[in-house]
Design a protein around this ligand. Structure first.
Ligand code: PLP
Length: 259
């Protein structure tokens, strides 16, 4: 059998729970060969982020070129993109190589409250990367920023999904982890809304859940599953990963990946 491959374009988390490290662990757990383009280096642990160093846009473009000129890429996941120049570098190369599947996780602020996307870069992300997305995976606060509207009810979630769809993403998956009542997510493909009902899991160790979910979707797309099934499989994966999350470090521990 020919190995499937996935590429993550994202930031490094020194504590290994989120970012590039979570993505590569997720790809491996799915039997998918993982590759990475590092956009930023964070000095980080379970308690927070001590510093962020953005990678030079020129070397970001070269990393993407190095991969696509040589290796097969069955799917791409985009995570932390930090600044305008980074977004433009990614856009330049992805429009050149046109990968079949792009999962865009519009990462904005970490659970510890740090900006992983500079506020002035948000419109650039919406203008350049959102229309390239096979699927975009905002959580509720991110969907609110993108649509400029508060989200409370399921109806609000559907309206936000529809609005983000009209902005150019081919599928919109709004994650309900920040809902007060339950953690239900909604997938919209431009025609129908699919609800993924989910009770809240009682744990504080949820560092890296968004990264893990989006890279699990990318892994499933690389393996050949259609969107709806890829999301369903990724939901099962993240639910197990949260159920077995690790109580390590003094702060918010990471999810666990099974091989
Ligand atoms: N660090 C990096 C590099 C990330 O990409 C992300 C999320 O995408 C985080 C940290 C945030 O992780 P969390 O908000 O799950 O703690």
């Amino acid at each position: 059998m020919k190995i499937k491959t996935a590429l993550t374009i994202a930031g490094s988390d020194s504590s290994g729970g989120a970012g590039i490290q979570a993505d590569l662990k997720t790809f491996s757990a799915h039997g998918v060969y993982g590759m990475s383009v590092i956009t930023a280096i964070t000095a980080q642990n379970t308690q927070g982020i001590l510093g962020i160093q953005d990678v030079d846009p020129d070397i970001i473009e070269k990393q993407i070129k190095a991969i696509f000129d040589d290796l097969p890429v069955n799917s791409v996941k985009i995570g932390m993109v930090s600044q305008i120049e980074t977004i433009q570098a990614i856009y330049n190369q992805l429009t050149r190589y046109q990968p079949k599947f792009i999962v865009l996780d519009p990462v904005m602020i970490s659970k510890s409250g740090h900006h992983l996307l500079k506020p002035k870069s948000i419109q650039t992300l919406i203008k350049f990367l959102l229309p390239l997305a096979t699927i975009i995976t905002p959580n509720l606060p991110e969907a609110e920023v993108i649509t400029q509207k508060k989200i409370h009810t399921y109806q609000d979630m559907e309206e936000a999904a529809n609005k983000i769809y009209t902005m150019g993403a081919k599928n919109v998956f709004i994650k309900g982890g920040h809902r007060k009542e339950d953690a239900t997510d909604i997938l919209y493909d431009g025609q129908k809304f699919i609800y993924f009902k989910q009770q809240r899991i009682d744990t504080q160790n949820t560092h890296g859940t968004g990264c893990t979910l989006s890279s699990a979707i990318a892994a499933n797309l690389a393996l050949g599953f259609p969107i709806e099934k890829a999301v369903e499989n990724a939901k099962k994966y993240i639910t197990i990963a949260i159920n077995h999350s690790l109580d390590i470090g003094k702060g918010v521990g990471p999810t666990h990946h099974f091989y």
